[in-house]
Structures are given as structure tokens and as C-alpha cells.
Design a protein. Structure first.
Length: 386
């Protein structure tokens, strides 16, 4: 009975978090995922969780992310990605290369002090290509311990917050010493991209999600997501156990992208938000599994590894952009899309005083959501083999 009530709490409290975050400016700045982490850590450390809660927590963390992934991808406009401006696409590729190189470099520097460095490497690739959803997916796929997951994400929040302020206020005057200025095209190169998320800039807007007009579509989207989850989970049983979860995550990602090509699925409104709700549930649950006393003895190598990844990748991205003559605004907005995910793109574009780059930045971020899982899991296993 107690575990059943706790399960209900885990599933319903994120709705309260979402509701409060949309009505309180401070909570909105922290973000629903951040609030879920804070509440979860407090819940897990005040001694009220019942005995045997681990089985419930493991079940929820195992189920929520694979179900969320297809929902996050259904509304993507894969065909529209092909219309991305060439310089933005090149900047995106350079950004992915920069992140991969610096994560690999950091791994070589810390692997002697960090036994699960290869798992942290995969998560860092994920969070700096697609944000928290990819961090959660890769953490699940690689079987990362909750304490390592929370420590990695906490380090990222601290270090990337500083980076965000830099991108808002200092990046443009500094970068323009090395990069050419942005030149507005006569005709926007991104015309024709019709991703509803891009059009409405509503990545984290849950407004009206429970309205009757959305319910049938969301039930359909959830049903397709369950089917994809079942297929990915079923196939994972026929591969070696050590790689089964990672294979399931990659299959689910692939099928989610494939389903987005089906118009009736692609046009379902609020499917992205439903997936994000499941990520918030995951965040609440996994945070409640972390213990303060274990943080006291946490390995500081994780913090330094995250610093190398986030700051090093930006510096390398800048150098590569200088070599390939990518302009200042495109470089900054692409870095924002990768490191912070699409919701931050309009904010930085406003600071740049350049609305033209919003659409391309949002599209780059969506591509990051899609490719991050493949890149993160592949690089993690490659580094482990070294």
C-alpha cells in the first residue's frame, strides 16, 4: 500500500512541479527538471522512504526514459533538417566534433582517478548534444549508478550556468576578434522547416496539454511509444546482456525518428511535452535515490571532467569555426543549442540582437536530440575499449 502511494506520488507530483514552474518566475528559471532534482534529493535524504523502495525506483527509471524518447522525437521534421543553412549545418558538425574530442581528451586525463569514466563520457556527449533527455537516456543505456548520474548532472548545472552567462554577455565581443560577422541572407535559408516545435518555440510549454482536444492524440502517441518500447526491449534480449540496454535505447531512438516520418504521428500536438513529463518523473525518481553521505566522498574528478568537456568543447568549437570561417552569431547559437538544448536558443538570440538565427539554432538543437544517443553510446563503448 505504501509503495503504491509512493508510485502515485512519483507520477503526479511532476504535474504539480510543471504547474508551479509555469506560474512562478524563479521556478521557471530553474526549470521543471531542476525542481524535480531538488525535491527528489530532499525526499531521498530525510528518511521517509519505505523499505523496499528500490524495486519501485528501479522500475520507474527503467521504464520512463525509453517511453519518453519516441515521444520527444515524434514531432521532429526530419525532412526539414535537410533544408538547414549550410553554414549552420557545418557549425553543428564542428560542434559535435569539438564535444567528442574534448570528452575523449578528458577521459584520457581522468580515467585513472575515475573508474566509471567511460560512462560519464557517454553522458557528457549526451548532455552536450541534446540536454537532459539524452543525459537520461544514455545514463539508462549504460547502467550508470544514480550517484554518478546526479553528480555529473549537478556538476554540469554549476559549470554550464557560468558558461550561459558568458554566451549572453561576453561571447560576441570576444568571438568577433576571431570570427567573421554575421551577414543576413537576402532570403532565409531555413524557409520550409515546419516542425511545430520550431514554429511555436514551445519546447517546455505544457499550456493546455490536458485539454480534451489533445487527449486522443496523446493516447495514440503514447500507444505508439509503448509499441516501440516493446520492440526495442524485445530485441535487446537477443544481444549480449552487457550491451542489451544500450541496444534497446538505440533501437527506440531509431524507431522514434522513423515514426516521425509518418504524418499522422508527426502532427500529434503536445507529444514532445508528454515525453518531457516522463523525463521529469525520471528526474524526481533518480534524484530520490541519491544520498548526501555518498556525495561527501564523491570523486572530484567528475567535476573536473565536466569542466574539460563543457569549456574545452567551446574553445575547440571556436577554433574550428575560425578555420572554416563560420560567423560569430552562427557559432554562438549552435553552441547554445548543443550545450543547453533548444529552449535556450531564443534567449541567446535575443542577447545577440539577431532573430534570424533562432530557427537555425532550434533546428540544430533538434538534430542534437536525435544524434546524441548514437554518438554518446558509441563513444562510451569505444573509450572503454581503449
Amino acid at each position: 500500500m505504501v509503495l503504491a502511494l509512493l508510485a502515485i506520488f512519483y507520477l503526479l507530483f511532476p504535474i504539480i512541479i510543471i504547474w508551479a514552474s509555469e506560474r512562478n518566475s524563479l521556478l521557471n528559471k530553474i526549470g521543471a527538471v531542476g525542481v524535480a532534482y531538488v525535491v527528489g534529493v530532499i525526499l531521498g535524504n530525510i528518511g521517509i522512504l519505505p523499505a523496499g523502495v528500490e524495486s519501485l525506483q528501479n522500475t520507474l527509471t527503467t521504464v520512463t526514459v525509453p517511453l519518453a524518447l519516441p515521444l520527444l522525437l515524434f514531432s521532429s521534421d526530419v525532412r526539414g533538417w535537410l533544408k538547414l543553412a549550410k553554414k549552420t549545418l557545418l557549425s553543428l558538425v564542428l560542434g559535435l566534433i569539438a564535444v567528442s574530442v574534448m570528452v575523449a581528451t578528458g577521459y584520457l586525463l581522468v580515467r585513472g582517478q575515475l573508474g566509471d569514466a567511460w560512462q560519464v563520457a557517454g553522458m557528457l556527449i549526451g548532455v552536450y548534444t541534446g540536454g537532459t533527455p539524452n543525459l537520461a537516456a544514455i545514463g539508462t543505456g549504460l547502467g550508470v549508478h544514480p550517484d554518478t548520474y546526479i553528480l555529473t548532472h549537478t556538476s554540469d548545472i554549476i559549470l554550464s550556468s557560468i558558461l550561459f552567462l558568458f554566451l549572453l554577455f561576453l561571447a560576441k565581443p570576444i568571438f568577433r576578434f576571431f570570427l567573421p560577422p554575421f551577414v543576413s541572407p537576402d532570403a532565409p535559408a531555413d524557409d520550409g522547416i515546419t516542425d511545430p516545435l520550431l514554429a511555436e518555440h514551445e519546447f517546455e510549454s505544457f499550456s493546455g496539454m490536458l485539454a480534451p482536444k489533445y487527449r486522443t492524440g496523446l493516447l495514440k502517441a503514447f500507444g505508439v511509444s509503448v509499441l516501440i518500447f516493446a520492440i526495442g526491449g524485445g530485441i535487446s534480449f537477443i544481444v549480449p546482456e552487457s550491451a542489451s540496454t544500450a541496444v534497446a535505447i538505440l533501437i527506440i531512438t531509431t524507431l522514434g525518428i522513423a515514426a516521425s516520418l509518418i504524418p499522422t504521428i508527426n502532427r500529434i500536438e503536445k507529444s514532445f511535452q508528454l515525453g518531457l513529463y516522463l523525463i521529469i518523473v525520471f528526474s524526481l525518481v533518480i534524484a530520490s535515490m541519491a544520498k548526501f553521505d555518498q556525495f561527501a566522498h564523491a570523486n572530484p574528478a567528475v567535476f573536473w571532467y565536466v569542466a574539460i568537456a563543457v569549456y574545452g568543447s567551446l574553445v575547440l568549437h571556436l577554433l574550428l569555426s575560425a578555420i572554416f570561417r563560420i560567423d560569430t552569431d552562427t557559432t554562438i547559437i549552435t553552441a547554445t543549442a548543443l550545450v543547453f538544448s533548444p529552449p535556450f536558443v531564443p534567449v541567446v538570440a535575443s542577447a545577440l540582437k539577431n532573430k534570424t538565427v533562432i530557427l537555425s539554432g532550434l533546428t540544430a538543437g533538434i538534430i542534437g536530440y536525435a544524434v546524441g544517443n548514437y554518438l554518446g553510446i558509441s563513444i562510451a563503448y569505444f573509450l572503454r575499449s581503449l
